[in-house]
Design a protein around this ligand. Structure first.
Ligand code: SF4
Length: 182
């Protein structure tokens, strides 16, 4: 099976990628995260993702970083809480692009690790993925990538590879919330 995995970062994807490779799945990671702010943070997460892909032996592609386009999509939703409407728009934007890429490059399915973190609502991610699937026609594999020992595998790999783990989800609004919490 030729599978496209939309990834937000190395620490969220490491367990799933290792597992899929061991199962013999033909995996390509797509890094499309215009939500991440500032750009230095984006570059840091991008480089960690590339390092991880090389380590586990999966293909890697990224799409241009356009934070202004992302900001336009979430305009008016700046004060939404995490798991609120802004996050639905953010998930949809990235999943739609992944579904389109999967269709254009003849993948059998696509999936994502956007719901791996315990701070995320997997049902919210899956709902947006379903929209992207219906619009683009490439099936979405709605796996949580948290069960059957994958959370433990993920934690072990983060430690073993000393993966950079960020303290906020990605956008400036989640960073603001994080700074408030400190
Ligand atoms: S908190 Fe995370 S998922 Fe929500 S809008 Fe910001 S970057 Fe996207």
């Amino acid at each position: 099976m030729k599978l496209l995995v939309l990834s937000c970062c190395a620490p969220c994807s490491c367990g799933a990628l290792k597992h899929l490779v061991e199962k013999g799945v033909d995996v390509t990671v797509l890094f499309y995260n215009p939500n991440i702010f500032p750009q230095q943070e984006y570059e840091k997460r991008l480089e960690e993702q590339k390092r991880l892909c090389k380590h586990v032996g999966v293909k890697f592609v990224d799409l241009p970083y356009d934070h202004a386009a992302w900001q336009q999509q979430v305009r008016g939703l700046e004060n939404e809480p995490e798991r609120g409407k802004r996050c639905s728009v953010c998930f949809y934007m990235r999943l739609k692009q992944a579904a389109r890429y999967a269709r254009q490059h003849h993948f059998d399915m696509f999936t994502s690790v956007l719901g791996v973190s315990r701070y995320k609502d997997i049902e919210q991610v899956n709902a947006q993925a379903l929209c992207a699937w219906l619009e683009e026609g490439t099936p979405y594999w709605a796996n949580s990538w948290r069960k059957d020992g994958l959370s433990e595998l993920r934690q072990a790999l983060i430690k073993e590879l000393k993966l950079y783990t960020q303290s906020y989800c990605g956008c400036e609004y989640s960073r603001r919330n994080c700074e408030k919490m400190d």
